[in-house]
Design a protein around this ligand. Sequence first.
Ligand code: PCA
Length: 234
Amino acid sequence: MLHLTPAMPPAQPLTAPCVLLTGFDPFGGMHVNPSWQAVQALAGRVIAGHRVIAAQLPTEFGTSLRSLDTLLAKHAPSLVLCIGQASTRSGISMERIAINVDDARIPDNAGYQPVDVPVVPHGPAAYFSTLPIKAMLRALQQQGIPADVSQTAGTFVCNHVFYGLMHRLAALNAKAGVPVRGGFVHVPALPEQVADLSHDPHMPLVQIAQGLRVVMQAALTHTTDVAMVAGALD
Ligand code: PCA
């Protein structure tokens, strides 16, 4: 006898909006990168009606942005959040600004170490994050998760990706109807990494992943930002 099983409706329509969430592979001789571990933990989740697409970027100048280009074209996300590790940070750090400089203290994972090279020749000096960083900060504080606003993403691969992302979104948004928003967040080292580092601050992986979920929820539910709370101690 033939049994016909009605097809199950998909949990999310294929056209459901998505968030592109990226992390990096380990760099600088470290064995893990909490940015990628936390991003992986959120893969496939639905947050504020948006499916999370998780992807790893290589910690390499140039190649990282080519990977990002492929991901942007493939997924057409409505929001992009790139995550990286910053071992000196003690909280989840919302980056305010990306600058047009590659200036590496250590080689990237391909052995390339640019000094005072623009990310985009003749590009603007800087781009602000288009994510509501203060709303994100407040949401984290309300959950008791250590957080701050950072005024520099450095000049290594994270800033390179942040600047490249904002440059691409600026071009895309000049043509498209609904603007695609994007930004960058740095996360602290994991407790198990502290022994290998000369820095002390750290945060457990579950708290980093929870923090990123809170950040995405806030970013997706606030289309504008207002000065709600002072961002940093300095
Ligand atoms: N952090 C580095 C690059 C990759 C990562 O996770 C940075 O802060 O530039």
